[in-house]
Design a protein. Sequence first.
Length: 58
Amino acid sequence: MRWFSIKGIIEEMKKVHWPKAGELARSSFTVILFSGTFAAFFILYDFIAAWFFRTMGI
């Protein structure tokens, strides 16, 4: 349990790859774009399904 000490925690923190500002911005943009696309897909699908069920009288 060497890592479960202040010295061990500091050693592990030094091993972490911290992203640069550009890398962080690019990754954040990708996540936001993917989330928006995913949301738009489900909203569109919901409208299509609602229209279909209304048309079918269900």
